[in-house]
Design a protein. Structure first.
Length: 798
């Protein structure tokens, strides 16, 4: 992508002839010293700008509104002259070695200092390297003496990790061996004859510096250098000083007892002083002691890599860590805890990467873009990076929309900032249908991040923000991905990248905001965080390939599991049978019906079926007038088959319960209900048959019953109650009493309904004509055949 010192970056692209997809087909090869120097000047310019600009206004995120489509490059961006990029004003004399080409896209590409257009090897002269080293000085460490890193180097960190210790200011790890606490049963530190007892307290530094001496069981430890030769080089700040300059920091050692030693020498040596013959001159007297480049050469001799090299290979821009040396040094104790923790986290990540590093295996390179370019569907050209970015945003939007519309989700709306929103309050069914997997959402969030970066550059190209605001905005995007997007929801492991960017932000801010540069927006040093997200995307590609491959295969081929019979869980056995039965009914119905009247009639028949089943369970006769006989027969057939299955399941479960097998509580409860239903059905059927076919008594049994009854009545001295005579003197009184008893219930009620009014009218009529009512009652008693049941209880007392 365009660097802060570039106005416009043209890139090679590979595009599909239909415009369906665009690839940026270019690797950003850079000469490492030049790249470091360029970012060094960015650091200087950004600090200067933040110091001088009173109120630095950060750009708005997202840069464009949700419903604003990606801008058309030709209409909006092409004709607008971009604003000035961030560039340090170079001095024609002091910086003459790099003045003409320093901020070019590919510096020195057409000179002898680069191997050619492939841009793979470089060879720089001393003046160029000296100038670049000066520019990059802000990003490089001032430490020359390696003794500074004693007990803070890689070997010490490995040893501390193996011993489960923590160097002050260094990273902390999980224990490598978890059996450290288990001591030997026979020998311990008190009775071990080989034990070396050290009375003074052992500091962590002792154990790490001399692991074999101060630890009982050192495993996987590494020995680092104890001391490196002292370096007398001191970096000079003033360029006007001579190359060989005696710095006041190096104090001469005072000579003690000098007078006494001089006296002793004079006593021993009485000879005359030795003098050289005339004409003897020192060697190399004609050669100058130093030239203009000597001081620069000495400084480069002690410079860190890559400035201590004359030549090398170009590297990809994302492979160059600009700030990795910062956290390898001790964190200043004045920094707050959060920054010290960030230093430790970054150091821990670095140590683990070093520890797990394996030599790369030889692999066969596969070039996807070359394969695509060889087909007739793809062509290559050169485009402005912003145009390519806008195309990718548009293509990504179309791609996600195609998938949404393929699933017929008209109630979901994807806006141009890649937010997925419902257009109405969704029903539960719609919510379930509108769920997408992690493949879709992760793709959407990656496109959202891409859109943010592209839109920030578009705003710069339109002239709405300047280069400093653009750099600050990009730095904000890369260090706040967790707030600006929701990527972590769909791949939670990328919280590591989010945290690492936060740590890098702390690392950079606390260097950037020192001195007259205060807090607040304005730090546009985005390259370290940009690297983190590029490597994340590189790592997520294989996973996304697999996820998207599965998603598209499922979209176009359907789920493969449909061909395999699903195992039915216990919970769904009954509903499964029911669904199968309904499906069979539907099949039969649709077969039997003519073509025109299928769907709604089938639904009605299914309703009849469920009604018939409910009637069967409730033991109510089911008859629908006007239903065609074949359909009625079919429904009855299916009800019978379901009833058989229902009964069998009930008896099978009762048998399991009786046997003592483990049965679910709800199954037991349901089984009791089912058996009760079945018993009631059987009892009702028995009673119905009894009423229909009469009491099942043979003539002999009937005679025996009558005879026994007569004999029993005789033995009990039974006297028959005579039927009341037609004229009995107390008849009328009894009738009046009965009518009064009936009338009592109506005297309380205030309001009467129609039926109660009719009954009251009959009672009044009986009051008025008691003789007529009485004769009617007697006539009914004489003529009716059916009487109410009389129960006889036999109580035997012993």
């Amino acid at each position: 992508m365009p660097m802060p010192w570039e106005q416009v970056r043209d890139v090679k692209v590979l595009y599909h002839i239909t415009g369906a997809i665009t690839f940026v087909n270019e690797i950003p090869w850079v000469v490492e010293p030049i790249y470091l120097a360029q970012w060094g000047t960015m650091w200087i310019m950004m600090r200067r700008e933040k110091r001088d600009r009173r109120h630095f206004k950060r750009m708005r995120f997202p840069p464009f509104d949700d419903e604003e489509p990606p801008l058309d490059y030709a209409d909006n961006v092409l004709d607008v002259d971009p604003l000035e990029p961030i560039q340090l004003e170079l001095d024609e004399e002091e910086d003459s070695a790099v003045h003409t080409w320093f901020y070019d896209h590919k510096p020195l590409v057409k000179t002898k200092l680069i191997n050619g257009p492939s841009y793979r090897k470089w060879h720089l002269s001393l003046p160029i390297m000296a100038t670049l080293y000066r520019f990059a000085g802000q990003l490089l460490s001032d430490l020359v003496d390696r003794n500074y890193f004693y007990l803070f180097d890689m070997e010490s960190f490995f040893t501390a990790k193996a011993l489960n210790m923590c160097i002050p200011g260094g990273p902390k790890f999980e224990p490598l061996y978890r059996d450290m606490e288990k001591g030997d049963e026979d020998w311990n530190e008190f009775n071990d004859i080989n034990k070396l007892i050290i009375r003074s307290p052992l500091r962590t530094e002792y154990r790490i510096a001399f692991p074999h001496l101060y630890n009982n069981r050192p495993r996987k430890v590494r020995l680092g250098p104890y001391h490196t030769p002292m370096i007398m080089y001191i970096k000079t700040e003033d360029p006007d000083l001579p190359a060989f300059y005696y710095d006041p920091l190096i104090h001469p050692i005072t000579a003690a007892h000098k007078d006494r030693r001089d006296k002793k020498v004079h006593e021993e040596d009485d000879d005359d002083d030795f003098e050289l013959p005339v004409g003897v001159e020192p060697l190399l007297i004609d050669t100058q002691l130093y030239t203009d480049t000597t001081a620069a050469g000495i400084s480069l001799l002690y410079a860190p890599r890559p400035f201590n090299m004359r030549s090398g290979r170009t590297r990809r821009a994302e492979d160059i860590p600009l700030v990795s040396e910062w956290f390898k040094e001790h964190c200043p104790p004045s920094y707050p805890v959060k920054v010290r923790v960030s230093y430790q986290k970054l150091l821990k990540c670095f140590v683990l990467n070093e520890l797990h590093h394996r030599p790369p295996k030889a692999q066969k390179k596969k070039h996807l873009f070359r394969s695509l370019a060889a087909t007739k569907f793809f062509q290559s050209t050169e485009l402005d990076w912003v145009e390519a970015g806008l195309q990718v945003c548009r293509q990504g939007y179309n791609m996600l929309n195609l998938l949404i519309h393929r699933k017929n989700l008209n109630y979901l709306h994807l806006d141009y900032n890649f937010n997925l929103k419902p257009v109405k309050t969704l029903t539960t069914k719609e919510r379930k249908k509108s769920r997408f997997g992690n493949a879709f959402h992760l793709c959407r969030e990656i496109l959202r991040l891409t859109k943010l970066v592209v839109d920030a550059n578009v705003q710069f190209r339109l002239g709405n923000v300047d280069a400093f605001q653009l750099a600050d905005g990009l730095q904000y995007i890369f260090s706040h991905v967790g707030q600006l997007t929701g990527m972590y929801r769909y791949k939670y492991r990328l919280m590591r990248q989010i945290r690492m960017c936060k740590d890098l932000k702390h690392l950079i801010y606390y260097r950037f905001n020192t001195g007259p540069v205060g807090k607040g927006p304005g730090c546009g040093f985005w390259a370290p965080m940009w690297r983190v997200w590029l490597f994340f995307l590189r790592g997520i590609v294989p996973l996304l390939e697999r996820w998207l491959g599965n998603l598209l295969a499922r979209q176009f081929e359907g789920r493969h599991s449909k061909g395999v019979a699903k195992t039915v869980t216990k919970q769904r056995v009954e509903s499964h049978f029911d669904l199968e039965l309904r499906a069979a009914v539907m099949h039969d119905v649709l077969d039997a019906m003519p073509e025109g009247i299928k769907q709604n009639k089938a639904r009605v028949i299914l309703q009849h079926l469920s009604e018939a089943w409910r009637c069967w369970k409730a033991n109510i006769p089911w008859k629908v007038p006007g239903l065609p006989v074949p359909i009625e027969n079919m429904i009855l057939r299916y009800v019978k088959s379901k009833a058989d299955w229902w009964t069998n399941v009930a008896h099978y479960n009762r048998e399991r319960i009786r046997r003592g097998a483990t049965v679910d509580k709800t199954v037991c409860r349901k089984n009791l209900g089912r058996l009760t239903r079945l018993w009631l059905k059987a009892e009702q059927e028995r009673q119905h048959n009894y009423l229909k076919d009469g009491p099942y008594v043979t003539p002999e049994e009937a005679v025996a019953i009558y005879t026994t009854t007569v004999h029993w009545l005789e033995s009990r001295k039974f006297s028959p109650i005579p039927f009341p005579p037609l004229s009995y003197k107390h008849d009328t009184k009894l009738l009046i009493l009965a009518l009064e008893r009936l009338k009592e219930s109506y005297s309380v009620a205030v309001r009467l309904n129609q039926q109660q009014r009719e009954e009251l009218g009959l009672i009044e009529q009986a009051y008025d004509n008691p003789h007529e009512a009485l004769s009617r009652i007697k006539r009914h008693l004489l003529t009716q055949r059916a009487f109410k049941e009389v129960g006889i209880e036999l109580i035997f007392e012993l």
